[in-house]
Write a protein that binds this ligand. Sequence first.
Ligand SMILES: [Zn+2]
Length: 311
Amino acid sequence: MENWIRAKLGLCRGPEWGTTARMIVDAHVHLYPAEVDRDPAAWAAAHGEAHWAMLCTRRRRDGRPVQSLPTLAGLLRAMDDAGIGRAVLLGWYWEKPETCAWQNRFHATCVRAHPDRLAACATLHPAVGPEAVLTELRRAREEGLSGVGELSPHSQGYRCDDPAFEAALQLAGELQFPVNLHVTDPASRRYPGWVETPADDFVQLAHRFPATRFILAHWGGMLPVNDARFATLDNVWYDTAASPLVYAADVWSRVLPALGTGRVLFGSDFPLNLYPRVAVEAEMARFLAEARAGGAGDAVLGANAAKLFRL
Ligand SMILES: [Zn+2]
């Protein structure tokens, strides 16, 4: 990020992440091996990941990609620029179990290389059956991963009562692995790749797996604001990923008090460009400034994530 932007946003480079009390955590970050960035569309075609391609390889009218795919070094630089101490890497909700396993191995190398800056979740696909899903999750844990997600039964093409998915949720609870689920807002515009994610599914999952902690991404698609049942769910949290692409900046002051600051995790959806009208690529700092201006304090900006992911 340019220095003038940093100055404007009131940011400075510094070891702010040295202390846990004020450590800022971005709880929703995606990262891919460098090989994907060489030709993302060809990579996706070769691996049968059409849904990812639809969302992540789009191009603007001028030919530039809508979303860049930075390397690990690029992510760490973006975190440094924004004064973000830690990031939680979330896997993509791939359509193929082998792509899930491949990304989990990559996440393990990232966490091993930067245990002070990164935590990571395992992504899964139940198509391989309960036994193989549990083996993959246990392996991910041995390799240093500490959560599950981002999963999207509705995009990955399985039911919420799929036996392998249920087995994974059960084990996640036993391992104290939070489970991040992709949620869409029924009232949002229908962007490419939008899927319906019914509130009933999340309410039932939270009830059926009371020992499992769920993080419903993207403000839970505003389901918790519009559906009173969510207020009774003690094992559900929400992240703020991609917020500026769907909601105006006043979402923070409107929704934070309703959900409770103990229930919300700051997460950007990096490397998604959250401000395509004013920025060329993803800038965590701009979003962090929006969150702070909207009233997000230590709990939302880091303490909640630190507790859930045991950072
Ligand atoms: Zn998502």
